[in-house]
Ligand binder design. Structure first.
Ligand code: PBG
Length: 326
């Protein structure tokens, strides 16, 4: 065979500098968002068993952790609150003295440059573990909306830079947008968990947040994994309602959805590299069955290559450190 008869693709792979020059998708710390679980109390750092390296933290420790993230170049955090007391309506979700509201204020005070985003949902605060008010066997969509808006406003009042509704109630972005505007927070952006699937990959998060539904499951409001086009409808709905940033969640098993959304919509797109994706790599890496760091970076790169502008990931700090080392 004459070597002129086929394309010479490998010529560009033989030199490390050239490979680096031709890198199509470079991860950067500025696109990472670091999720944190905040609890009440002080000096608390409780490891989350299925997520090695990730802890439940009291406000004082969360402040230190946000500063550690900042030092690694990760300037944005996403806060989840775990209350001491849960009730039927998730009333803790909008309480100004709850962990999340306190953490927002404390982080902004200690580290004003940190961009603080809050998760807006009721499931961590309801005793039944559902994302909204329950009537009979179903969540009551419209009764839940004002509570989500109230929660978002309480976060903004505490100083949150952005709010991110994840309850998958229809109309939640509009309800929150209106609530924020009426409360004088018209400049606070909303990042919708637009296409959020009912996923087995949330398992470790539910242990971390103690938010597993006590009966039934979330398939009546989260999307079925089989649905691709429906994700586009969900995103369109969020955009009509005024979402500033859209999201696909989880990421790894939904790279096709991320890609489709990136091609269709010009709004900034986030992808959530969820707890189960983190745990999977941690567990397999711990067994010595693959190189954990390489697998982690490969997954994050695939999410970027699919078209995500922002990646929410528990690996944010470690990945940022690896990116910095080059
Ligand atoms: C709250 C919420 C969940 C996650 C983010 N926000 C849990 C769920 O819907 O059950 C999952 C995040 C993760 O698994 O890392 N509704």
């Amino acid at each position: 065979m004459n070597s002129d008869q086929y394309p010479h693709i490998r010529r560009l792979r033989r030199n490390a500098t050239l490979r680096d020059m031709l890198n199509e998708n470079r991860l950067s710390a500025s696109e990472f968002i670091y999720p944190m679980f905040v609890v009440n109390g002080t000096g608390v750092r409780t490891p989350i068993e299925p997520m090695p390296g990730i802890d439940q933290m009291s406000v004082d420790i969360a402040v230190e952790e946000a500063q550690r993230a900042m030092e690694a170049g990760v300037k944005s955090v996403l806060l989840f609150g775990i209350p001491d007391i849960k009730d039927a309506t998730g009333s803790g979700s909008s309480a100004p003295d709850e962990a999340v509201q306190q953490a927002v204020a404390a982080i902004k005070r200690a580290s004003p440059e940190t961009y603080v985003i809050t998760d807006v949902c009721l499931c961590e605060y309801t005793d039944h573990g559902h994302c909204g008010i329950v009537k009979g066997n179903d969540t009551d969509n419209d009764a839940t909306l004002p509570l989500l808006a109230e929660t978002a406003v309480s976060h903004a009042e505490a100083g949150a830079d952005m709010v991110a509704p994840s309850a998958m109630m229809d109309g939640q972005v509009a309800a929150i947008r209106n609530g924020l505007n009426e409360a004088g927070f018209s400049n606070t952006p909303v990042m919708g968990y637009s296409a959020k699937y009912a996923s087995a990959f949330y398992g470790p998060f539910r242990i971390a947040a103690d938010s597993a539904p006590q009966f039934g499951e979330r398939r009546a409001y989260q999307m079925a994994p089989n649905q691709g086009r429906e994700a586009m409808r969900e995103i369109e709905a969020d955009l009509e309602e005024g979402a500033d940033i859209i999201m696909v969640k989880p990421a790894l098993a939904y790279l096709d959805v991320i890609k489709e959304a990136a091609m269709r919509f010009d709004t900034p797109l986030a992808a959530y590299n969820v707890s189960g994706e983190y745990s999977m790599v941690a567990a397999v890496g711990c067994a010595g069955w693959l190189d954990r760091e390489r697998a982690m970076m490969e997954i994050l790169t695939s999410i970027k290559r699919a078209g995500a502008d922002l990646i929410i990931t528990y690996s944010a700090i470690e990945a940022a450190e690896l990116v910095a080392r080059g």
